[in-house]
Design a protein around this ligand. Structure first.
Ligand code: M6R
Length: 607
């Protein structure tokens, strides 16, 4: 989604803003722009496409000035061209925006009736004109912004700059995140702490309904009644982490390879390996007393939750309802008193997941979240958080966040099973020991690259791919299909293997690769039967299994990817890696933009 930067500084800000925008690239965007105020002149450069185009524009025609705002745009209203790129101007006002102004067409009609001529198709431009109209009516810059904000409905993070005000940027938040960075004689605004990392790690997060006047000497935050409000200043952990690709071609490749380490950090946070027990971490509810757990998330985080459901129900005998957050938020699910909610989100900012959380808040049940960004809105609004220790995930395709979410869910499963008395101390010890081996198995899985590349070359020639799995391998099949389609643009579907004959089998022919995820587990034989059905119809099978599975499958495959033998409980964490690697190599062969695939955003802050 769009990224916002604002700097009220001491040195020329345009290059600093571009640098900060580069740190927001991971969010996904299709055009970018910068505006500065230089000796009373409000000016901007904008460009379609990547930031390199904006840099070229700035190189040909630089912008001076020590105050400025910048933006990466992920198009919602209007095609991604230069005219729709932010900042948007209206007379003495410049605006950048992340989100959707839901009443923009009503506001645009009103402004048009006032004689305003619009120069873009965006919803954002109405904000600039509303502020400009207030200024013309004699309001101060700060008051003009406040009056305009009162007219807006929808989701927005905004930064507003004014000709004649060389020491003021107004920011506002209602939905998408906005952070204020504190410097020494300089102040900053950014969509997240990572954007501001080169400048400061002293951060204040705005809350929904807050707006802020940022000046070189400090900031003042107000609520929508115009009353000053206090928000804590915190040290951001994200800022201390270097966000670069290291020796890897893409962030996704780097993040795939970081998994053994990040899984290990995450598990160590929740398990006492030496004692063979789950650690004594706090929960805002008692697993022994709840009768249902409602899990809600989007995309890959949802699929992690689906695996969590299998685990929690099997090992802890705890019934779990799991929903895609965009459905949950509107389906008005009854939530009895003795239930609790768990939200899963890498970014902690996903609009639908946040709305689902707020629904549960309204229902009065305890709220927990598995998040990677600890300072995120979902983390802040939860009664208890379970952080994943994955480090910043930059590739749009989620990889290490997924396996770390699984690691947390595995630990929560043990916590729940122990509290509910469904596992003995010996079983707990055995499962903790199995999990402690997960990083080692993951390292072994990373060595499978060459067989996976061979399959990727095949996939790069096809239009459609089917993924099959049973039990926890079913969510993995869905995840494999999601990963492949989002970065290679090949159409892929994931199915529960047993569901094949209820429809999807009609798709099978010699052109259709079928990727079967089937470790040699309790139901391996059932999956083999499904593979036979595929083979009988000429389907080309890629089997992802272990040594025992490879020996027992007894049918011809296009390729068999053989993983180490791993215990069933740990398998989803380990089998995620070849699935990710397959999508990655296919995308690389096809030459797509692996880290920032078309149309996608890392942090989905609108619904
Ligand atoms: O930040 P979140 O975990 O809430 O994001 C949820 C989805 O948008 C995300 O998992 C998405 O599906 C990924 N691009 C998948 O790789």
């Amino acid at each position: 989604m769009c990224g916002i930067v604002g700097i009220v500084g001491q040195a020329p800000v345009a290059p600093l803003i571009v640098d900060a925008l580069k740190r927001l690239e991971y969010r996904g965007y299709d055009s970018a722009g910068v505006a500065t105020l230089d000796k009373g002149k409000l000016d901007r450069r904008r460009a379609e496409g990547k930031l390199v185009n904006l840099e070229r524009r700035l190189g040909d025609d630089p912008l001076g000035g020590t105050i400025g705002i910048g933006h990466t745009r992920w198009a919602t209203h209007g095609v991604p061209n230069e005219a729709n790129a932010h900042p948007h101007f209206a007379e003495d006002v410049a605006v950048v925006h992340n989100g959707i102004i839901e009443n923009f067409s009503e506001l645009r009609d009103e402004l048009k009736a006032d004689g305003v001529v619009f120069s873009s198709q965006t919803d954002t431009e109405v904000v600039a004109h509303l502020v400009a109209r207030e200024l013309k009516n004699g309001a101060s810059a700060q008051d003009a912004a406040f009056e305009a904000l009162k007219r807006l409905r929808g989701a927005f993070a905004l930064a507003i700059m004014f000709r004649g005000e060389e020491d003021l940027i107004v920011g506002a938040r209602n939905g998408p995140p906005l952070a204020v960075g504190h410097g020494d004689g300089e102040m900053y605004l950014g969509s997240d702490a990572i954007a501001l990392a080169p400048f400061t790690n002293a951060i204040t997060y705005l809350e929904d309904g807050d707006w802020v006047a940022v000046r070189r000497g400090g900031m003042e935050i107000f609520d929508m009644a115009g009353q000053p409000v206090e928000r804590a200043r915190q040290q951001s952990v994200g800022t201390s982490l270097l966000v670069d690709k290291g020796n890897h071609r893409h962030f996704m490749e780097k993040e795939i390879h970081e998994q053994p380490e990040m899984i290990s950090h995450t598990l160590a946070h929740y398990l006492d390996f030496a004692g063979g027990t789950v650690a004594d971490f706090a929960l805002p509810f008692d697993f022994a007393k709840i009768e249902r757990l409602a899990i809600s998330a989007c995309g890959t985080a949802y699929l992690a939750g689906l695996i969590g459901k299998y685990w929690l129900e099997r090992y802890a005998r705890l019934p779990v309802d799991i929903d895609i957050a965009s459905e949950f938020r509107y389906r008005e699910m009854p939530l009895p008193d003795n239930s609790a909610a768990l939200f899963i989100s890498q970014s902690g900012e996903t609009a639908d997941t946040l709305a689902s959380l707020r629904y549960c808040r309204g229902e009065g049940i305890p709220i927990t979240a598995i998040v990677n960004v600890r300072e995120s809105t979902i983390a802040r609004e939860s009664d208890g958080i379970f952080p994943t220790l994955a480090g910043p995930e930059i590739g749009v395709a989620s990889t290490k966040a997924f396996t770390c979410q699984l690691s947390v869910l595995a630990a929560l499963t043990l916590k729940a099973a122990k509290a509910r008395g469904t596992i003995s101390a010996e079983e707990e010890k055995a499962l903790v020991r199995q999990l402690s081996e997960a990083p080692r198995y993951a390292s072994q899985a990373l060595k499978l690259s060459s067989g996976i590349e061979k399959v990727a070359r095949e996939l790069s020639h096809v239009r459609h791919v089917l993924y099959l799995g049973r039990d926890t391998n079913y969510p993995l099949a869905l995840e494999g299909a999601l990963k492949l389609k989002e970065i290679s643009y090949i159409h892929a579907e994931g199915y529960a293997a047993g569901e094949l004959k209820h429809g999807p089998i009609a798709l099978i022919d010699e052109q259709m690769p079928v990727i079967v995820i089937a470790p040699h587990d309790r139901i391996f034989e059932k999956t083999v039967s499904n593979m036979q059905e595929v083979a009988a119809r000429g389907g080309r099978i890629v089997l992802v299994t272990d040594e025992k599975g490879a020996r027992n499958a007894t049918l011809d495959t296009l390729e068999t990817i053989v993983l180490p033998d791993v215990p069933e409980f740990v398998a989803p964490i380990v089998y995620a890696l070849p699935i990710q690697m397959l999508a990655y190599h296919t995308a690389v062969i096809m030459g797509t933009d692996v880290d920032q695939p078309r149309n996608l955003a890392k942090s989905v802050t609108v619904e």
